[in-house]
Ligand binder design. Structure first.
Ligand SMILES: [Mn+2]
Length: 432
């Protein structure tokens, strides 16, 4: 079935026409450069075309700060409109054919209908996400003092039930994974008994784990702080890894690039989790003020490249059962979310393609010879290669835009949506 897109294909082709001659010239030149290194540019373009990352449903709305939210115009008012925006992102970048849902924000009245609608837009569903970090209208018990780790068994059971419901909805939608992030923790010394709290987490997660279909995985997302600034229960990859090993083979760790202390070597954490067979997936984003709210690659593109360097290394090594889920997780205050998500998807593609260009034999040789700068320059050679023509060519050949941002802005999509979707209070978008 051909997917229905909101921007006319002819319009994209017209926009592409403006840049096509230059793109072909740049592509040819890059092809010659790569040939000198023994790399066929067509292989690299095929790799770029195969790269995919899921878009978060909550990312197409404007996020907030801890103080306020400044909504944009034409924001989606429900999951069907969120999917329209996700489809537009995919139409222009051709790298984001799956959406990650957040329940209950995106809870469908009819899961079969939602699945059919997504499919008509060329979309499928990636990992499900539960929400026990805020109270919903009409909810019986409060999560103010925790959810899966709450001292009161009844609160824990309510949170477990919610997670099981997410898995059930996900099954109807064709999802194969469930992500759990909890805001549980303490803000004062002595507020929580560290060991008993973690034991309760494991106990709750065992019940959720039992509800997993055989071909599903559960991802545990750690985050070092906020809202539990003193003692977050699942605060780091070590705790996440410990829990994943306690739960069993279907439990894995999710790395959100924003959820680490400043200066932490995230690429090494990625390598550790790969080695342990516990790397479940990623929430890609970037951060400056501590958390996960900036577009991927906006602050530390070299770090993003180094993360992908580890991923490509494991991929080309033939690491068994290596299948990390790639998801974006960002939602902030000052940009058009569609623009941000498109550009983030492109940044991931760029980092992936650059990582594929690393001369692994040369790197390995430098490592064996203890040649620190030889190793670094090998990585830098790949990182400083301008692969923009490869990614643009991959997009154009798949029907996307050579310049997604310019094409999106020229299309008038946002203005059209501003008219179709009058502002509404209480849109569920946020920072997760
Ligand atoms: Mn996240």
């Amino acid at each position: 079935m051909t997917a229905h897109f909101e921007i006319n294909d002819n319009f994209i082709a017209e926009q592409n026409q403006k840049a096509k001659a230059w793109l072909e010239e740049d592509y040819e030149h890059l092809g010659k450069q790569l040939q000198r290194r023994g790399v066929n540019i067509e292989d690299v373009t095929a790799q770029a075309q195969a790269f995919q990352v899921a878009v978060p449903s909550w990312g197409v709305g404007t996020g907030g700060t801890r103080f306020a939210r400044f909504p944009g115009v034409g924001e989606p008012r429900g999951i069907y409109e969120k999917l329209q925006d996700c489809a537009t992102i995919n139409q222009l970048v051709r790298a984001t054919p799956a959406v990650s849902l957040h329940i209950p924000w995106d809870k469908p009245q009819d899961a079969n209908d939602l699945r059919a609608y997504a499919s008509s837009l060329g979309l499928g569903f990636d990992a499900m996400n539960s929400n026990t970090f805020q109270d919903q209208a009409g909810q019986k018990l409060s999560y103010k003092f925790g959810s899966l780790t709450h001292p009161d068994r009844a609160v824990r059971e309510q949170a477990i039930e919610h997670n099981i419901e997410c898995i059930e909805i996900g099954q109807k939608l064709g999802s194969k994974a469930h992500t759990v992030w909890i805001g549980d923790g303490g803000n004062f010394p002595g507020q929580q008994h560290f060991r008993r709290t973690l034991e309760r987490y494991l106990e709750s997660m065992r019940d959720i784990y039992k509800a997993l279909p055989a071909d599903w995985r559960v991802f545990m997302e750690h985050k070092m702080y906020e809202p539990a600034f003193y003692s977050t229960v699942i605060n780091d990859w070590g705790t996440s890894y410990f829990c994943a090993t306690q739960l069993g083979p279907q439990a894995q760790c999710l790395v959100d690039l924003g959820h680490h202390a400043p200066n932490v070597n995230i690429e090494m954490i990625v390598a550790r989790l790969i080695q342990a067979g516990k790397l479940g997936g990623f929430h890609f984003n970037d951060s400056k003020y501590g958390d996960d709210d900036l577009d991927a690659g906006s602050i530390k593109p070299f770090q993003l490249f180094l993360v992908f360097n580890e991923l490509v290394d494991a991929q080309t090594d033939g690491t068994p059962d290596f299948n990390p889920a790639y998801m974006l997780d960002q939602s902030h205050n000052v940009s058009d979310p569609i623009e941000s998500l498109m550009l983030s998807a492109v940044e991931l593609q760029r980092a992936y393609v650059q990582a594929r260009l690393v001369d692994r034999a040369a790197l390995s040789e430098a490592q064996v010879k203890c040649d620190a700068l030889g190793a670094l320059t090998t990585l830098k050679q790949a990182f400083t290669t301008d692969v923009a023509p490869v990614i643009a060519m991959a997009r154009m050949r798949a029907g996307g835009a050579i310049d997604p941002l310019a094409t999106y802005r020229a299309s008038g999509y946002r203005q059209r949506k501003a008219e179709e979707r009058p502002a509404q209070i209480g849109v569920s978008a946020g920072i997760v």
